[in-house]
Design a protein around this ligand. Structure first.
Ligand code: SF4
Ligand code: MG
Length: 331
């Protein structure tokens, strides 16, 4: 099937006082019709920058797409003007963020804000927009929706605020929903409810979802395919089940080991991957994961691994998949 979104060799450069660095380096992936793709990695891996690039919400000109294409609905968003993006944002591509409070305006009621979002993209009266907002509130399972329409964001719980954001996002029937850590700020029970809601909306509306998270536990429940990012690069991609069964990149394997298990008490510290994501401005030669990789070989510290196919629809950026594993004599 034709992808709804196709990100091709995306590079995003930041200009800082210490000089330029690339926060996203050649990212390539697709999201197909009705599919949920999880974009996974620790913070600082380039997931959110990738999402903001698709929406063209990067803090330009300090951050810029300097190479690649973002194909959506026959247009290249990497080159779209602000007018075109305004037609797309919130309409054909909608976004839900981690902290709904910062995306909602405290001085308007929830109903006014959802209605306003609808009116930006649809010619309709205030009354019609309010009716559509009410309908959207019902669709996302907000109980007593009439009353909620007239409440202000601070009067709602975190979970309800996120439902309002999702109502706003789906009110215009977007083809693509980008959800950036939408449940990270919520407690476990509410998190499960919001994930259920997103799955149910996708079944009902057929929206494609790009789901951004650092939590592979959530990925197992939500996604069809996984795209793992590390230090600005896509390091692994494939179907969720295959990757969970047999991760193709040691970074993915490390993330999988750090999923909290239901049978361990909550306070138990997780066996996180040791070390930290390298800052993109300080890249050593070789594989960027090498300093943290339990399987690093001599070649890993000398040459960055290219993308390697593992099987159809699966690949990883890791020398472990070279055939035969390349022998390099130490310098
Ligand atoms: Fe580890 Fe080498 Fe693979 Fe990098 S290329 S992830 S260092 S084995
Ligand atoms: Mg982020």
């Amino acid at each position: 099937t034709v992808p709804v979104l196709s990100v091709e060799d995306l590079w995003v450069r930041f200009q800082t006082e210490d000089g330029p660095f690339d926060a996203v380096r050649g990212a390539t992936f697709q999201v197909r019709e009705g599919e949920t793709v999880a974009l996974v990695g620790e913070s600082g891996c380039g997931k959110s920058v990738t999402a903001l690039s698709i929406m063209r919400l990067l803090p330009e000109p300090q951050a810029r797409i300097h190479r690649g294409r973002i194909l959506f609905d026959g247009a290249d968003l990497a080159r779209a003007g602000e007018r075109e993006m305004r037609r797309i944002r919130g309409n054909r591509i909608a976004m839900v963020f981690q902290e709904p409070m910062s995306s909602l305006n405290p001085v308007y009621t929830c109903g006014e804000q959802v209605a306003e979002a609808i009116r930006i993209h649809r010619r309709c009266s205030r009354q019609e927009a309010r009716a559509l907002a009410l309908e959207a509130f019902r669709q996302v399972g907000i109980a007593d929706p009439e009353r909620r329409l007239d409440q202000f964001p601070h009067e709602l719980s975190g979970g309800l605020r996120q439902r309002v954001m999702i109502a706003m996002a789906v009110a215009c029937r977007p083809r693509l929903l980008i959800a950036d850590e939408p449940t990270t700020a919520l407690d476990v029970t509410i998190q499960a409810q919001i994930l259920d809601l997103l799955r149910e909306l996708q079944d009902r509306l057929g929206t494609s979802i790009l789901f951004i998270t650092h939590d592979l536990g959530v990925v197992a429940e939500m996604a069809d395919r996984v795209v793992v990012m590390y230090a600005g690069e896509v390091v692994e991609e494939g179907p969720v089940r295959a990757i969970f069964r047999d991760p193709g990149h040691p970074y993915t394997a490390g993330l999988l080991r750090s999923i909290p298990r239901r049978d361990t008490p909550r306070k138990t510290p997780l066996p996180a991957i040791e070390g930290a994501v390298p800052h993109p401005s300080r890249r050593a030669p070789g594989c960027p994961f090498a300093p943290r990789c339990p399987e690093a070989m001599a070649v890993c510290r000398q040459e960055a691994p290219p993308w390697m196919a593992i099987e159809p629809g699966r690949g990883a950026r890791c020398w472990l998949h070279a055939e035969p594993v390349r022998e390099v004599t130490a310098p």
